[in-house]
Design a protein around this ligand. Structure first.
Ligand SMILES: [Zn+2]
Ligand SMILES: [Zn+2]
Length: 735
């Protein structure tokens, strides 16, 4: 994926006539031909309204017509939309992603035009400015309005009335007598220029050297991929901001991709400290009006820096000059629904197609990226020191067999003693457990019945604060029953295992005077709630934080010195090929929260297997040895990145139907060298939202064209309407 892709196509926005092909944002494999009516100017990339069946739909002109349908039977384009044509590089990217993920190109296009109203003409609003007329009669109220308007800026009636402290009717009177004249201004706020108020920063010698190398990659104006590999707290963000500044100085746009969860006000404020304004944001919480503004601003080159979640990759940048993928190892970059794509991998493709540099930043790089560095495909820039006075935290394992918690409790006395010390010193502690709710399982003591979701093969998780049982896969909820639903025994149901709520209960018992906060997606709805809790932690209004993975990422808490991982073995339970790597990355990120200022940090991992390679690597800090061992293990069995994988899930509401279709599929699987088809087997989540699921896994050698194999297998395979077949190239979830 790192090699340069040939892209010479001079006809990027050529005017086309006669017949053109138009890609429509529906699950269609290829564009359809349409006629260009005489006198209409249509370019490659133009957004056009075309008839489809009885509807009209917005599509994108993809190129010359295919000529497959006779000219006299073709329908004509209805209208060309007034927006900059989709850049050729984005059209090629959409084709590339469709080909790689074995998805219809129309489905990928939908990712790129998903901003409601973006293609409508820009909205204007009516405002007023001081004209040359004087009022026929001057009053003190009128005088105040004229003074406010005297600065020359256009304002609405309401704004003028508010600033002058008068009623709307005073302003309207001045409009009627033409003292104020009407002007139309864009309804949307303009994008600030990040270079206008740029601040200087002081970097350490190591940071300065790293920043200079990244800036040199930007100056080269060609494709390169660089891993920015820096320990937590080493100032990676400040360093890559220098590359951002270099790209902006060239007049180029910049895309910063972050896992959605890391797109917090803390990140935006850091950006603002450096550049004097916030970047444009792109994520799922954005109001549709703001999505429209950003989409349009990006297309017209007015928005220069976008900080966004994975779908920002499909924005129509007019002149992109740099991509940064922060926390590049994060699994949140993998989209699981719809078109399954990995935003980090596709970002590298986008950079290659656009001949521009990409920077992948992480304290715990993915194995895929580490191997690319070793093989010389990616450059690497390292930051080995924490910034300022801070030292890396001291990590120890607590052997839960030797120092077990008291009966009915989950915290080892060793960890509790450390928490007492931190509290006495006025410092903060954080307990990490990647499990929402109170207890992951509710069990009947009388008959052994486990309460499961009726629609999924998964246990219902007890949420004690909300007094309900919830399925974390489909959202099903039910009140906690009084009696066992199986045997009817009263008061026989017991909660098994801890979630964050249960840990909070235990902490409140041990430290009744401590101020405790639970940080999990159930307690925090929306970005405002996040900001509030993180501000409270920074302001030392919280003593003990109990959190899920939300707390692991990117936050800087200067008073946090102790981190306790409640169940360090948790992620190792599933047999997924990346279980070790992911557990290491997550716990290393969590550990990195401790001791980020002057006070040294301590980290304790509660584990029943402290001898496990992941625990040893965390305690010793020997990350590269750990990665090398993981790489060897995967290479031995030909797993990614040394081999290729694709997952296929066949699902249907009817179990027998799903099984029959999966068997039929297995029968017609093509034979190819170096390709093994495993399955069908019931998926670990054999029932999801009421659908029975069966899985195939296609395992192939590195050089095999796995997409061609999948097309040969599935393209002509007809399935009943109720059956869904989802293909996932490079799967990250094996559920
Ligand atoms: Zn029972
Ligand atoms: Zn469910």
């Amino acid at each position: 994926m790192a090699s340069e892709i040939s892209t010479a196509r001079p006809e990027d926005d050529a005017v086309l006539s006669g017949t053109v092909s138009v890609l429509i944002p529906l699950a269609l494999p290829k564009p359809y031909d349409y006629k260009v009516p005489p006198g209409m100017e249509v370019r490659a990339g133009s957004y056009v309204v075309v008839p489809l069946g009885t509807q009209e739909i917005v599509g994108v002109v993809w190129g010359e017509g295919s000529g497959e349908v006779g000219h006299n039977r073709l329908k004509a384009i209805g209208e060309v939309i007034d927006a900059p044509p989709m850049p050729g590089v984005l059209r090629r990217f959409i084709d590339w992603v469709a080909q790689y993920t074995v998805s219809p190109a129309g489905s990928v296009l939908r990712l790129a035009i998903r901003a409601p109203g973006a293609l409508e003409p820009p909205r204007m609003r009516i405002a007023y400015r001081l004209g040359s007329q004087r009022p026929p009669r001057m009053t003190p109220a009128r005088q105040r309005v004229i003074e406010v308007a005297g600065d020359g800026f256009a304002r609405t009636v309401r704004e003028l009335a508010e600033e002058a402290g008068v009623s709307d009717s005073v302003v309207r009177g001045l409009v009627a007598s033409q003292v104020l004249v009407q002007v139309d201004i864009p309804a949307e706020a303009p994008f600030p220029d990040p270079l206008a108020a740029v601040k200087t920063v002081s970097l350490s010698a190591e940071q300065g050297e790293a920043a200079a190398r990244l800036a040199a990659a930007v100056a080269a104006r060609k494709f390169s991929a660089t891993l920015l590999d820096g320990v937590t707290g080493s100032g990676k963000t400040e360093v890559y901001f220098e590359a951002v500044a270099a790209a902006l100085a060239q007049g180029k746009q910049v895309l910063i991709l972050l896992p959605e969860i890391a797109l917090t006000s803390q990140f935006l404020e850091r950006f603002e400290r450096r550049f004097g304004c916030r970047p444009a944001e792109w994520h799922s919480d954005l109001a549709s009006r703001e999505r429209r503004r950003v989409w349009r601003g990006v297309a017209e080159g007015r928005a220069q820096v976008v900080a966004g979640a994975r779908s920002a990759l499909f924005l129509p940048f007019s002149d992109l000059g740099l991509i940064i993928v922060d926390e590049e190892h994060d699994a949140a970059f993998k989209q699981e629904d719809g078109v399954p794509y990995h935003a980090r991998d596709m970002a590298v493709v986008r950079a290659s197609l656009g001949h521009l540099p990409i920077i992948l930043s992480s304290a715990t790089p993915s194995l895929e990226t580490s191997v690319n560095v070793q093989q010389g495909k990616y450059d690497v820039v390292r930051l080995a020191e924490r910034h300022g006075e801070a030292l890396l935290p001291q990590v120890s394992a607590i052997d839960m067999r030797a120092d077990p918690p008291e009966r009915g409790r989950w915290l080892s006395p060793v960890l509790v003693t450390e928490m007492v010390k931190a509290l006495a010193a006025g410092e903060q502690s954080m307990l990490f457990l990647n499990r929402r709710g109170y207890a992951p399982l509710t069990l009947c003591r009388t008959c052994g019945h486990r309460i499961e979701c009726p629609q999924c093969s998964a246990w219902l998780v007890e949420h004690r604060f909300r007094r309900e049982l919830a399925c974390h896969h489909c959202g099903y909820t039910a009140p906690v029953p009084k009696a066992c639903p199986s045997c009817g025994a009263e008061d026989a149901l017991v909660a098994c295992g801890p979630g964050v709520e249960r840990i909070a209960e235990e902490v409140a018992e041990i430290f009744p005077e401590a101020r405790i906060a639970i940080v999990s997606s159930d307690n925090l709805r929306g970005p405002a709630a996040h900001e509030e809790i993180f501000a409270a932690i920074e302001a030392r209004e919280i003593d003990i934080i109990i959190g899920t993975q939300i707390v692991a990422k990117g936050h800087h808490f200067p008073w946090l010195t102790l981190v306790g991982v409640v169940d360090a073995d948790l992620g190792l339970e599933n047999g997924d090929l990346r279980a070790g790597e992911r557990t290491y990355q997550l716990l290393q990120q969590v550990a990195g929260r401790a001791g980020r200022a002057e006070r040294p940090g301590r980290v304790f991992l509660q584990s029943f297997m402290p001898e496990h390679g992941v625990m040893r690597a965390l305690v010793s800090g020997k990350r590269d040895e750990f990665l090398a061992r993981e790489a060897q293990a995967r290479e031995r069995v030909g797993l990614p990145p040394f081999g290729r994988l694709a997952g296929i899930v066949v699902s249907a509401p009817d179990a027998a139907l799903a099984q029959r279709v999966a068997r039929d599929m297995a029968r017609i699987a093509p034979r190819a060298d170096d390709v093994t088809v495993l399955g069908p087997a019931p998926a670990p989540l054999a029932l999801l939202r009421g659908r029975t699921r069966l899985r195939f896994l296609v395992k192939a050698g590195r050089q095999v064209n796995i997409q061609a194999f999948l097309h040969a297998w599935l393209d002509d395979f007809k399935v009943p309407n109720a059956v869904r077949i989802s293909v996932d190239v490079d799967p990250y979830s094996f559920m």
